[in-house]
Design a protein around this ligand. Structure first.
Ligand code: PXP
Length: 241
């Protein structure tokens, strides 16, 4: 099976910094360490409320990338303007609610199609690769294909919260096969840890994982380099089986 890309979401390095409004730890330095340890790309979410990543972090990551940079953002006018100025390699569009602790579910692509297609059209004129973060649902996948994006990112949060319910994994497997049959690249992420990543890493059509919180949490105990290497090894061994 082809190697699956590991993009590391470094938002929570910034969460730690913003807890004290100081200058450390620096998420850009963390990104460089992740890359040294084998990350294929770096992901960061610029939220409307700037609770973790700040504009200057995103600028540094997008303007001087060492590996492809994936900007997660809501499809708002402000974020679209930022993406068009910084030209990250990839944008993943996510839903965003001010009061949520983290992204709680996938985009509902039927909800605001005009705003979404305007954002996707603007991004595509500059050649930014665009992905849509959605739940593993065929109707959403059909809409993503109709919107003409390169990729979808499947929301793995429900599977991660209830791994004992096998239907959630089956839904992700089915959605991956279906999306790939429509020509969409398949990414996945949210809530993945060393203990639940295996079955997702083993989905043949899934070419990219976005993992953040668990890697940064493991880094508290083992250091960032070893935390990245452990995730890489867990993915590789699941894929080799
Ligand atoms: N993918 C998307 C679209 C996300 O919003 C997030 C969280 O920012 C992740 C992946 C990473 O999730 P986690 O931090 O739980 O690994």
């Amino acid at each position: 099976m082809n190697k699956q890309r590991l993009y590391i979401n470094i938002d929570h390095v910034a969460t730690l910094r913003q807890a004290r409004r100081v200058t450390y730890p620096d998420p850009v330095a963390a990104a460089r360490l992740c890359e040294d340890a084998g990350a294929d790309g770096i992901t960061a979410h610029l939220r409307e409320d700037r609770r973790h990543m700040q504009d200057a972090d995103i600028e540094a990551l997008a303007l001087a990338p060492r590996t492809p940079f994936n900007l997660e953002m809501a499809a708002t006018g402000e974020m679209t303007r930022i993406a068009l100025r910084l030209l990250p390699y990839q944008v993943t569009l996510v839903p965003e609610k001010r009061e949520e602790i983290t992204t709680e579910g996938g985009l509902d692509l039927g909800r605001d199609p005009v705003r979404l297609s305007a954002c996707i059209a603007a991004l595509s004129t500059t050649g930014i690769r665009t992905a849509l973060f959605i739940d593993p649902d065929r109707a959403q996948i059909d809409r993503a294909a109709a919107l003409g994006v390169a990729a979808i990112e499947l929301h793995t949060g429900t599977y991660c919260h209830r791994p004992e319910e096998s239907r959630h994994l089956r839904a992700l497997q089915d959605a991956s096969t279906y999306a790939a049959s429509l020509g969409l690249a398949v990414h996945a992420g949210h809530g993945l840890t060393l203990s639940n990543v295996g079955p997702i890493a083993a989905i043949p059509e899934c070419e990219e994982l976005n993992i953040g919180h668990a890697i940064i949490a493991d880094a508290v105990f083992v250091g960032l380099v070893d935390a990245v290497r452990a995730m890489r090894a867990a993915m590789d061994s699941a894929r080799a089986r």
